[in-house]
Write a protein that binds this ligand. Sequence first.
Ligand code: SF4
Length: 72
Amino acid sequence: MKVTVDRSKCEGYAKCVGVTPKVFKLDEKFISVVVDAKGDSDQKILLAARVCPTKAIVLEEEDSGQRIFPQS
Ligand code: SF4
């Protein structure tokens, strides 16, 4: 699964870090960055994306590029 953070949407709430601390961390600007997209199960990463208040975390299928979350 491809995991990216839309930096224009992230507001540094760090909820993603709380759910999956091996996958996300806050950088020096308090914006979330992906440190290891395989640092937790896809299910847990989906949960992290769901709890993000600004829907800044984008999940896509590795091969097809198909959007998993958020659904628009
Ligand atoms: S939960 Fe969302 S807004 Fe908060 S740090 Fe993570 S990506 Fe950014």
